[in-house]
Design a protein around this ligand. Structure first.
Ligand code: S3P
Length: 181
């Protein structure tokens, strides 16, 4: 069995609808790694779906649960981790993720993000009269965090498999072998 101690995590970050979870699952499959999704871990820990956590306890409680989960997952090695779109805004989260992982920012055009989030899942932060404008505002506010990725991929016009291929290629170029190192 491969010894994965010390093996860097592959951490996907970026805005909602950029494909972190879908791509993360493919990457994990390809690389024979375990996949985690911070949103799912929060839902299991709290025993509620994310929209319900926001509705009952507001964003502040969600962020504190997110911080606990991110630190717990950042302490593992050799995993693929998809983070929620706001996780990277917290400097402590970023520091923990960076210590143990390679950071990959997924990007997408605002229109593509809107189309994807409308199709899949409920995002409390985008329940606004003009969600496209909200996406643009959030992207601007969050740029300082998303620009910290070691690798960036724009997923707007790529399939999840193409994105996974590209990430594996870029990891190799950076000396992570088959996503290892
Ligand atoms: C959020 C993104 C969501 C989820 C929550 C808040 C954000 O995750 O964590 O709704 O602040 O961008 P995804 O990025 O997986 O949609």
């Amino acid at each position: 069995m491969r010894d994965i101690r010390g093996l860097k995590n592959i951490v996907l970050m970026g805005m909602m609808g950029t494909g972190k979870t879908t791509v993360g699952k493919r990457l994990a499959q390809r690389l024979g790694r375990e996949f985690f999704d911070s949103d799912q871990e929060i839902e299991s820990a709290v025993g509620m779906k994310i929209p319900e956590i926001f509705a009952r306890y507001r964003e502040i409680r969600f962020r504190s649960e997110e911080k606990l989960v991110v630190h717990k997952l950042a302490a593992l090695s050799g995993i693929v981790l998809a983070t929620g779109g706001g996780a990277a805004l917290d400097p402590d989260n970023m520091a923990a993720l960076r210590r143990s992982g390679v950071l990959i920012t997924l990007r997408a055009a605002p229109e593509v993000i809107l189309e994807r989030v409308s199709r899949k899942g409920d995002r409390p932060l985008l329940r606004k009269a003009n969600p496209l404008a909200e996406i643009q505002i959030l992207l601007e506010q969050r740029e300082f965090a998303y620009r910290q990725g070691d690798i960036e991929v724009d997923t707007s016009e790529l399939t999840p498999d193409e994105v996974a291929d590209l990430i594996i290629e870029r990891l190799k170029e950076k000396g992570y072998g088959k996503g290892q190192g």
